[in-house]
Ligand binder design. Structure first.
Ligand SMILES: [Zn+2]
Length: 357
């Protein structure tokens, strides 16, 4: 059997559930948008800037890592800039062979130049629609759903949850909370999660990345999260292949884990790709999905993440299909639409790839 190459993986359909809009800008776009508003960057050479982002994310310093978002968020403060960034996001994902993506961002971080929360949401939705249409013209079909994120250190989660529900028929498919885990437990935002449950809406919670099992336990058992953003520390409840009660619950309930291999290594949640718990969690048949998190900061793409796993764990097309179907099953769009993408797009493509390998 020949291992799938990066180029072959690009042409295989993929589904992505965890990708940050402000973590996936093109370096050249940052340079242009920064020039328009007079924002100072570490360098105005796009190649050097891309490297600066990767180096800062690799540095092991949380301070430097967070500085990177200071620059991307700074250039995403007008409707025009948000539309452009969202359109390019759709185009870049489609060019990478992603057929379904949920892209998230925090509307409250884009109000510095006078936009209102609804104006932010509408600009991003317009950008995704434009990018999706341009991708289709180029022969690439992609569907994008939006997740609205509230920052866990702030106090606007209820407002953002209401905003997400208000735009549920316009392309917002879910809600999320993100930001520093330690000291900001998800239970601080219980009212928002209870509201979303009463509205029959979907949400995921960043939990179990920097912080361990208590964060995962709260996200699931107190807040009712449908999925776990990362959730990689669930391995702390597994010893010698034996599952503790929380790990058992997560596996039994098929709670999706949004694992982001390169990002998890950069933040220290995993020592290396080869030592990433994704290998163990897959062997134990958790509902594992593969994601990019921040394509710019990690210098990555869906295809690259999968190619890294192929190299580290010897995965073939069957495993890549399994990750892809796991993600599609766990998406926040309606069941019949998920099924259509699985049966009409994903399965036929991988059947050919598996037969030819
Ligand atoms: Zn994330």
């Amino acid at each position: 059997m020949v291992a799938p190459s990066h180029d072959e993986i690009v042409n295989a359909p993929k589904a992505l559930l965890h990708d940050h809009l402000d973590g996936g800008l093109r370096p050249a776009t940052i340079v242009e948008l920064a020039a328009e508003i007079g924002h100072r960057l570490p360098t105005t050479d796009p190649a050097e800037l891309g490297q600066w982002f990767a180096d800062a994310a690799d540095s092991g310093s949380l301070e430097r890592y967070l500085q990177t978002f200071g620059h991307t968020v700074a250039v995403m403060q007008t409707a025009e800039a948000l539309r452009r960034v969202a359109a390019e996001c759709a185009l870049d994902l489609a060019a990478d062979g992603v057929v379904y993506a949920e892209v998230r961002y925090a509307p409250e971080q884009h109000l510095d130049r006078g936009l209102t929360l609804p104006q932010v949401v509408e600009a991003v939705l317009e950008g995704f629609a434009e990018g999706t249409a341009r991708a289709a013209e180029a022969g690439r079909t992609i569907r994008i759903g939006c997740l609205l994120t509230a920052m866990r250190h702030a106090a606007r989660s209820m407002e953002i949850a209401e905003l997400a529900v208000a735009y549920r028929d316009a392309g917002v498919v879910g809600f999320d909370i993100a930001g520093a885990e330690a000291g900001y437990p998800p239970t601080r935002h219980l009212d928002a999660f209870e509201f979303l449950q009463r509205e029959n809406f979907h949400f995921t919670i960043h939990a179990g990345e920097a912080f361990g099992l208590p964060s995962i336990w709260q996200a699931i058992q107190w807040c009712g999260a449908d999925r776990l953003g990362h959730g990689v520390r669930i391995v702390d409840d597994i010893a010698d292949g034996r599952l503790g009660r929380l790990a058992s619950y997560v596996r039994d309930k098929r709670i999706p884990l949004e694992l982001c291999p390169s990002s998890n290594v950069q933040t220290g949640a995993a020592a290396s790709i080869a030592e990433h718990p994704i290998g163990l969690l897959r062997d134990l048949r958790f509902r594992v999905t593969v994601n990019t998190d921040n394509r710019l900061m990690s210098g990555t793409s869906m295809s690259r993440e999968m190619a890294l796993l192929v190299a580290a764990f010897g995965y073939g097309w069957a495993e890549l299909q399994w990750f892809t179907i796991n993600a599609m099953k766990s998406a926040f769009i309606p069941f019949d639409e998920r099924l259509a993408i699985i049966n009409e797009t994903i399965k036929p493509a991988y059947a050919k790839l598996i037969a030819s390998a």
